[in-house]
Ligand binder design. Structure first.
Ligand code: GSH
Length: 146
């Protein structure tokens, strides 16, 4: 069975493969890890199971996959329902995932992932506004096309 190292309430990166496995009903063992106040200690601890000392990390027996998008692709090899069947829809889905994976810097930094807290912004910089618009476009396009 897969093992997935995650910190669910604190890490949006962790939630991505967790949601995927849950939605597709793929059995896995969650390995819950916690952030430490001392980042050096945390990295030392995380490096015992993660090549980058970051999470999420998936294990398939002794094989380690240490990046969320790589985890999706690895799971897709045995579970083709991860990506849409239709080639065009698949290309769109992959583009959106890659865009989210490597972009949205302002959203990520300004709207830090803290689902249990309310964050009040005193201003919305133009770059954040642009990223939010882009996000809305992606959702609208996806819903309309597929
Ligand atoms: N590109 C990586 C990013 C992983 C990442 O940044 N994880 C954060 C969790 S939110 C982390 O472990 N940070 C700890 C650190 O930076 O030392 C992925 O997609 O898995």
């Amino acid at each position: 069975m897969y093992q997935l190292y995650i910190n669910p309430p604190k890490s949006s990166w962790s939630l991505r493969p967790w949601i995927l496995l849950k939605i597709l009903d793929i059995p896995f063992e969650p390995k819950i890890v916690r952030y430490l106040a001392n980042i050096n200690e945390q990295r030392q601890q995380f490096s015992t199971f993660s090549a980058t000392a970051k999470i999420p990390v998936l294990y398939d027996n002794e094989l380690q996959i240490w990046d969320s998008l790589a985890i999706f692709e690895y799971i897709a090899e045995d579970h083709p329902q991860v990506w849409p069947k239709d080639k065009k829809a698949r290309a769109w889905a992959r583009s959106v995932c890659a865009e989210m994976h490597s972009g949205f810097e302002y959203l990520r930094n300004i709207c830090d992932f803290r689902p249990l807290e309310k964050i009040t912004l005193t201003e919305i910089p133009q770059q954040l506004e642009d990223e939010l618009k882009r996000l809305n476009t992606i959702f609208a396009q996806g819903l309309q096309q597929f």
